[in-house]
Design a protein around this ligand. Structure first.
Ligand code: ADP
Ligand code: MG
Length: 383
């Protein structure tokens, strides 16, 4: 849809044209899985797939919101009411953001909102963070709250944690709010310091969505978080960020098998993130392959979050390109997507191999999402 079409749709829905648009990307995490809520390191890339929110502020306190992904469903609520579920599940994210802002003493003026997102939902590319961050970008602009990009990320996370009910870390919102085009983003989840890391231009990012039905994801995700907290307490550290292999080995007898393996994943994953930052500077795909393969193995053996379908995608990628492709399951686990990095010239070979082998091995169909590294939140007013 062109910008003119969006403006026309907005006007049809709400009677007047939008005043501006806020744009925030989805993301794919290269490495650093389940480290964010352990105050560790992550290395996501913002995508060129974005959520756009068109807005027009109102004189009253009413918030009206529509999404092109959910036609004919408008939610309407007062900005100063306490958080309550609306008539549509998706609008929880909007109500949650408004409620989170209120928890920070920011009550928004009334506003009309139209959402249109290119980020596929529930595929591990964080459509939810793209929505939260773009919405906060719009609210921040119209209300002149003066929120920094980091504040926006923290409020997005608060919305998702306390109002939507997913105990996600801060990675998704932070990369969506602050990414630099052409770069991955090293995030220190303890200090929230963000360091852009250039990605080699010759590399393609290909996301393979396994289409494996994700069940019990929320409860299992939250359980892993509890396992990590158990490990943290047994190790006597303030977060697993401050544990290392030596402390882990020394305390092994006091830890349950689960807690031990979860901690081993987090400790080794933090090492892999920092190593990959150096490897990216050298532009070495073979070394990147080794790191992502080790990450995949740890997700499978220590964190118990892979499924045969995503394992099959990784195996097929390696069968097709050997060390010329780095691949691993990415996102919240239990299916979802596999991220692949390879030379642009190898993409067709990779895709042919997936096409020829994936359905045969799993009975499923993989969706292919080619991405370029995109920029973080942008807010613009129309003239
Ligand atoms: P993801 O991995 O994509 O973030 P989540 O389950 O965390 O998956 O978030 C997906 C949810 O976010 C959707 O089910 C929907 O409620 C909401 N959402 C995402 N994008 C949109 C959109 N464009 N319009 C309305 N709601 C959306
Ligand atoms: Mg999400």
């Amino acid at each position: 849809m062109s910008p003119e079409d969006h403006q026309a749709t907005f006007t049809t829905l709400f009677g007047e044209p939008p005043e501006g648009v806020a744009t925030a990307p989805g993301r794919v995490n290269l490495i650093g899985e389940f480290t964010d809520y352990n105050e560790g390191f992550v290395l996501p890339v913002a995508l060129d797939k974005v959520c756009r929110i068109f807005w027009r502020s109102r004189e009253d306190t009413q918030i009206r919101v529509a999404s092109l992904q959910y036609p004919n469903q408008i939610d309407s609520f007062a900005s100063n009411t306490d958080y309550a579920h609306g008539p549509h599940v998706w609008s929880r994210y909007v109500r949650g953001v408004v409620a989170a802002a209120r928890a920070w003493q920011h009550t928004t003026r009334g506003i009309d909102l139209l959402i249109d997102s290119q980020v596929p939902e529930g595929k591990g590319l964080s459509s939810s963070a793209a929505l939260e961050v773009s919405l906060l970008g719009a609210l921040n602009a119209t209300n002149t709250w003066g929120l920094s990009p980091t504040d926006i990320a923290r409020l997005g996370q608060l919305a998702e944690n306390d109002f939507v009910g997913c105990q996600c870390g801060i990675m998704d919102q932070l990369v969506s709010a602050t990414a630099v085009a052409g770069h991955a983003l090293l995030i220190d989840c303890a200090s929230l310091e963000c360091t852009p890391v250039p990605l080699p231009e010759a590399w393609a990012i290909v996301v393979l969505d396994s289409n494996h039905p994700r069940q019990l994801v929320g409860s299992e995700y939250n359980q892993r978080r509890l396992d990590c907290e158990e490990a943290r307490d047994s190790l006597g550290v303030s977060s697993l960020r401050h544990a290392n292999r030596k402390t882990l080995t020394a305390h092994r007898a006091e830890l349950s098998d689960n807690a031990y393996r979860r901690a081993l994943h987090v400790i080794s994953e933090n090492e892999r993130v920092l190593t990959l930052v150096d490897v990216l500077k050298q532009g070495s795909l073979p070394l990147t392959q080794v790191l992502l393969a080790a990450g995949q193995q740890s997700l499978a053996e220590n964190f118990d979050v892979t499924v045969p379908a995503t394992d099959a995608l990784v195996v097929l990628a390696h069968e097709a390109l050997g060390k010329r492709v780095a691949a691993r399951q990415t996102g919240g686990g239990f299916g979802g997507a596999v991220v692949c990095l390879c030379d642009h010239r190898d993409v067709n070979t990779l895709l042919q191999a997936i096409d020829a082998g994936y359905t045969q091995r799993t009975g499923l169909h993989a969706d292919i999402i080619r991405c370029d590294p995109g920029a973080g939140l942008e807010v613009s007013w129309y003239d």
